[in-house]
Design a protein around this ligand. Structure first.
Ligand SMILES: Cc1ncc(COP(=O)(O)O)c(C=O)c1O
Length: 411
């Protein structure tokens, strides 16, 4: 049937072909497989290690601050590009956690309704048609999607185990470098759990200077780090403030995904460009949420407690996965563990992709994971699974192990 909108959809969304694709994306596949498995095994608990969100709610201190602030008349207004108190608290946080000094809150920091919209808006500040974004794969796709919407091109830098899941900057062909305008990086990395080194960030600064490229560092997981690895800001490296921006989020480190609050820090001209786009896109996060967020970032021990939990769960999960035949190493950051996918089962089943493995794990064992086939075949397990006590954590991991053992996976 003809729909009035058939010929109205923009070319960037596929024009006349919008909505006609029969390709089923992996997250939809997982969702469908989960629903089917639940239906087939109504009495069996689904073990969800696929989620990219914390299992804890926001801290009581933060919830209390929101409940106190929500009804205050002075908080009702549009907050536009944000309240100065939040910018000041963010600057103090960057100094306390990452040792960043000399940040001018009103010039170098502007909030966002989570880091996702910030990552979506930044290409609008920099990309002209034909410009190239260098981005890492596997990865968070929003900045690349917007670059394409704007008529830019995307060049993928694969993250491989051989290179510690850092991009090989020397691999970019000169013709691509000529057109490259932006580079998107994310450490600690989703999905690999890899962390960057100061040395790598120094190389990035030199690369950006030499090739005239703006760096966007997505620090969504940046202070979720373990076993002696200290949170590292890209902006802490000499020269980074001149070439880069860093996007922070309260979603993961403060268990506030649904609250929608983050901020971007960097060079004042770049921040002004973001503020201009933002001002024309939204009217700012609710002031009461910004004030509750101040309470969060003033209390970094909230993150410490969360890290303790994830670290403990990683220890259990790594042991279990290795006993099952995976090659699992505890990551230094994020809440993900990224392992090579099995190639099949001893019962002669063959897996051609990681997606097939994930589908199999849900269907056969009611264990949800996220597959990645972008740079090798890998499965991502998240330690944000539901377990309200330490005893339950152990039970979940033991149950996962028992179910997977039955599958007789081959590596
Ligand atoms: C790498 C990465 N960046 C950014 C985000 C967006 O986070 P938020 O918009 O909640 O700040 C996510 C969320 O999953 C993520 O994994």
């Amino acid at each position: 049937m003809v729909n009035f909108f058939d010929d109205k959809i923009s070319e960037r969304l596929g024009g006349i072909n919008f909505g006609k694709s029969t390709v089923v994306y992996k997250f939809e596949l997982i969702k469908r497989a989960k629903a089917a498995a639940r239906k087939a095994h109504p009495g069996v608990e689904l073990i969800d290690m696929g989620v990219g969100e914390p299992d804890w709610p926001a801290d009581g201190l933060v919830v209390k601050a929101l409940s106190e602030e929500a009804g205050k008349p002075e908080n009702r207004w549009y907050s536009d590009n944000g309240i100065p108190e939040f910018q000041e608290a963010a600057a103090r946080y960057l100094e306390k956690i990452y040792g960043l000094k000399g940040i001018i809150p009103s010039e170098n920091i502007v909030h966002g309704i989570g880091s996702k919209p910030i990552l979506a808006m930044l290409p609008i500040c920099f990309i002209n048609p034909g410009d190239v974004l260098l981005t890492t794969v596997p990865g968070y796709p929003v900045t690349a999607t917007y670059t394409r919407y704007l008529g830019g091109d995307v060049y993928n830098l694969p993250l491989t185990e051989a290179n510690s899941f850092l991009p090989d900057l020397d691999s970019v062909p000169p013709a691509v470098l000529k057109k490259a305008k932006l580079m998107y990086l994310n450490y600690p990395n989703n999905p690999t759990g890899a962390v960057a080194t100061a040395d790598f960030f120094k190389q990035v600064v030199a690369f950006a200077r030499k090739n005239n490229i703006v760096v966007i560092h997505d620090a969504a997981y940046s202070n979720l780090t373990y076993d002696g690895y200290k949170p590292l800001s890209f902006l802490s490296v000499e020269g980074a403030m001149e070439v880069g921006l860093e996007v922070h989020s309260l979603s993961k480190a403060f268990n506030m995904t649904g609250w929608r609050i983050g901020f971007v820090c960097g060079n004042s001209k770049a921040i002004k460009a973001y503020a201009t786009v933002k001002d024309n896109s939204d009217s700012g996060q609710f002031r009461a949420i910004q004030k509750a967020a101040i309470e969060a970032i003033n209390n970094p021990e909230i993150t410490e407690r969360t890290k303790e939990k994830y670290s403990r769960r990683f220890n259990l999960l790594v042991t279990a996965l290795n006993e099952l035949g995976f090659d699992a190493k505890k990551p230094k950051g994020s809440f993900y563990i990224y392992v090579k996918a099995p190639v099949g089962t001893e019962t002669r089943r063959v897996f051609n992709t990681a997606s097939e493995v994930s589908e199999y794990l849900i269907t056969e064992s009611l264990i949800s994971t996220v597959p990645w086939d972008d740079a090798g075949k890998y499965i991502r397990f998240s330690v944000t699974f539901e377990a309200d006590t330490q005893k339950k954590e152990t039970e979940v991991i033991n149950e996962m192990k028992a179910r997977m053992k039955k599958l007789k996976l081959k590596f």
